[in-house]
Design a protein around this ligand. Structure first.
Ligand SMILES: Cc1cc2nc3c(=O)[nH]c(=O)nc-3n(C[C@H](O)[C@H](O)[C@H](O)COP(=O)(O)O)c2cc1C
Length: 366
């Protein structure tokens, strides 16, 4: 089990969906860093359940209790630990899932890996709820990045087959990204909200769920962050993005579509603008050779349809060793995408903190 990430911004997350509490420990925050708890609470509220019709009706405030590492509003430099209590569990909803494996969920794979000792209530450690500590860590990371002039934001790029307008990858304003963070359903084209919500409602009415895509960007990232090969920006950021449950694909810049292009349409022509090197296009999503090139980092993450659905599905019963069927009751997100927007931003923030601290430590050694 790998519950930890990073060598500089060292993050450990822990907990189960229906245990007493979930939380995280971060080691590596420089002593004296001011931490704004109200900003952390704002990000937690963006992910919290029960606040939007596209989300589960499980209502939990997701208030973080910081139990160490913060004194008089500043990081002490020792591990920062935050706890989030699980206050609204209904474990009875999960009784049949001890035996019957949910298709598309982690029940079977987790049962095999942990020999049946894993906590199955509410999905245990595989629950989307464990992204709450990730958002807490992301909110901290964002504050470190903001002090360096870096802003991160994201929007719902698609729900089902309904797409929002894309970000302009060359010119993304920090204030536009921050404005997106203020919406529970962040879109660049507000006219897309009604059809997207209708798609979620239609799936729910069909006892089904729907997936989508989140587009995320970071601006203000200086050129020269990251390393070739194993420490590449894409690989470090992807590791965090693929740690988010339900993320099944990640692309940077033009992503999969770049394979159909010619170099003349995929290269980012360069020029001097006010004495600074910049690119006229951003097909490479702000990263070349695994290293930032000063353009906005632009990525997309595909989020699958919520696996727990009420529609009858074929599965197996591990108690009786028989084939069976399953209709899943309980409170589930009919669409994960809106709640996952801040989770994707958080994953990028944590990865960028790690990469920037790695750069700083390498420089210190030179
Ligand atoms: C914010 C968030 C909320 C989620 N809510 C649910 C949910 O209500 N029901 C569910 O079955 N899966 C939900 N998931 C997804 C499952 O946790 C995930 O599909 C499962 O652990 C299997 O992992 P995989 O999809 O990465 O293979 C959620 C994921 C996230 C990020």
């Amino acid at each position: 089990m790998r519950g930890s990430f990073g060598q500089h911004f060292r993050l450990t997350i822990f907990g189960e969906s229906h245990g007493d509490a979930i939380g995280m420990v971060i080691d590596g925050i420089p002593a004296g860093t001011p931490l704004d708890e109200a900003a952390i609470a704002r990000d937690m509220a963006r992910r919290a359940p029960g606040l939007d019709p596209t989300a589960t009706s499980r209502k939990e405030p997701d208030r973080v209790r910081i139990v160490s590492g913060l004194f008089e509003g500043r990081a002490t430099g020792t591990p920062l630990c935050g706890l989030i209590e699980n206050t609204n569990t209904r474990s009875g909803d999960y009784a049949q899932l001890r035996a019957k494996m949910r298709p598309g969920h982690a029940d079977y794979a987790g049962h095999v890996k942990y020999g049946g000792y894993n906590d199955p209530r509410g999905g245990g450690h595989f629950s989307g709820r464990i992204t709450a500590p990730l958002v807490f860590a992301g909110a901290v990371a964002r504050q470190l990045l903001a002090a360096k002039g870096i802003a991160i934001g994201a929007h719902i790029a698609a729900i089902g087959d309904i797409a929002d307008d894309p970000l302009d990858p060359v010119c993304i304003r920090a204030d536009a990204l921050i404005r997106l963070q203020q919406s529970r359903f962040p879109l660049l084209n507000p006219a897309k909200e009604a059809p997207m919500r209708a798609a979620v409602e239609a799936a729910k009415a069909d006892l089904d769920s729907v997936g989508g895509v989140i587009e995320c960007a970071a601006v203000g990232v200086p050129a020269g962050i990251g390393s070739p090969f194993f420490g590449s920006v894409e690989s470090v950021v992807s590791q965090l993005l693929f740690s988010v449950p339900a993320v099944k694909a990640v692309e940077f810049g033009d992503g999969m579509a770049i394979a159909q292009k010619r170099a003349s349409d995929a290269n980012d022509a360069m020029h001097y603008e006010n004495g600074c090197v910049t690119c006229l296009t951003n097909h490479n999503g702000g990263v070349t050779g695994g290293i930032t090139n000063g353009m906005p980092i632009v990525l997309r993450a595909a989020v699958k349809p919520t696996p727990s659905i009420a529609r009858v599905q074929q599965t197996v019963d591990l108690m009786t060793a028989e084939n069976t069927t399953l209709s899943i009751a309980g409170r589930h997100d009919p669409c994960i995408v809106p709640r996952a927007v801040v989770v994707i931003e958080s994953a990028l923030a944590i990865a960028l903190c790690e990469l920037m601290m790695d750069n700083a430590s390498t420089r210190a050694m030179q």
